[in-house]
Design a protein around this ligand. Structure first.
Ligand code: SF4
Ligand code: ZN
Length: 327
């Protein structure tokens, strides 16, 4: 097995590209794929200040490493979810990565700052854990990017994640979600610009990138992920990809090229109804935003925030940016 570029011994095969690569050229391939995604979708400009949402897993740490290598000014944001040993380990990996490189890692702790962790909070709020978790992440990441005046918020969603989310949304023809299934969402309505620079890399590649770069990451799966629909969609696409390499890429990028525009009008409809949360000042579909309502329910608070919220907001709008991706 020889590297396609230099003919030296290869360390990895990438079936989608029908090619093998040595360490140096694989690392370069990963960075080139990120550059390609950033340029094709106009995600970032030179000199942008970027906030990366860091979970301590392979994708977010690979993303942080690659954006730094490409010359961006990048800080990390770690959100403590209160999921026992899993959160302990995740936080440890995020902090180690930042400390070893002298990087700035912001931290928000759900339990000490908002009064609940995902396992107990989701139970109290009668909401699936990944739904409460996704909502909390979106709200707190957006808020940190806005308050820190970052040019963009970057997340580590990779090609496997995005194709699986697309698959789920297509199976149910979820128009509003399909409208938002873009690798870049522009800033506006109080939201920061959101970018997914890893959409051209699969998760096997981000894992290999971390190993080759000596990045120690959280390998444990979150214990709350069991039963998440997204994992089933991913497994289905893995089976298809094994039979026919390149299908996942063709599915996702074919959607972006040929179908995404058909759903754009639904995004505008949702955005039109946005106001400002009376409690925290974030964008909201009602008087109070979905996160503040979650905090009320998760902590058992029955104050004015809760009363104002009950029954006012359609469920589908509450989870408007829920992409269902575990991890
Ligand atoms: Fe959150 Fe992911 Fe765990 Fe679900 S699987 S609870 S989204 S960290
Ligand atoms: Zn709020």
């Amino acid at each position: 097995m020889k590297c396609r570029v230099c003919r030296q011994p290869a360390v990895i095969d990438v079936r989608r590209h029908n090619a093998n690569f040595c360490e140096e050229h694989f690392v370069r391939l990963c960075r080139d794929q990120v550059v390609k995604a950033i340029e094709a979708f106009e995600m970032l400009s030179p000199g942008d200040r970027v906030l990366v949402a860091v979970s301590g897993g392979k994708d977010s740490l690979a993303l942080w490493d690659i954006l730094l290598a490409l010359g961006y000014e990048v800080d990390g944001l770690y959100l403590g979810l209160g999921i026992g040993d899993y959160s302990e380990g995740s936080g440890h990996h995020a902090r180690e990565f930042a400390a070893a490189r002298g990087l700035r890692l912001l931290e928000v702790d759900l339990r000490s700052e908002h009064g609940f962790g995902i396992p107990d909070g989701s139970r109290a709020a009668n909401r699936p854990p990944c739904s409460a978790c996704g909502l909390s992440k979106r709200h707190l990441f957006d808020r940190a990017a806005r308050e820190g005046d970052y040019d963009a918020l970057a997340t580590g969603h990779n090609l496997d994640d995005e194709a699986a989310v697309l698959f789920g949304n297509v199976l149910r023809w979820e128009g509003e979600y399909l409208a938002r299934q873009m690798p870049v969402l522009p800033a506006g309505n109080g939201f920061p610009r959101k970018v997914k620079p890893l959409v051209r890399l699969g998760e096997r590649e981000t894992a290999a990138y971390c190993v080759l770069r000596g990045i120690d990451y959280q390998v444990e799966e979150c214990p709350m992920a069991a039963g998440n629909r997204h994992l089933g969609y991913k497994a289905a696409l893995n089976a298809v990809e094994a039979q026919s390499p390149g299908t996942r890429h063709a599915f996702y990028f074919g959607f972006l090229d040929r179908a995404a525009d058909l759903f754009r009008s639904q995004m505008a409809e949702v955005d039109q109804g946005l106001g400002t949360c009376a409690t925290c000042g974030s964008p909201a579909n009602g008087e109070v935003c979905a996160f503040c309502r979650l905090v009320d329910r998760a902590t058992g608070d029955r104050g004015p925030t809760h009363d104002a919220a009950v029954g006012r907001v359609p469920v589908r709008l509450e989870s408007r940016r829920d992409d269902g991706v575990p991890g």
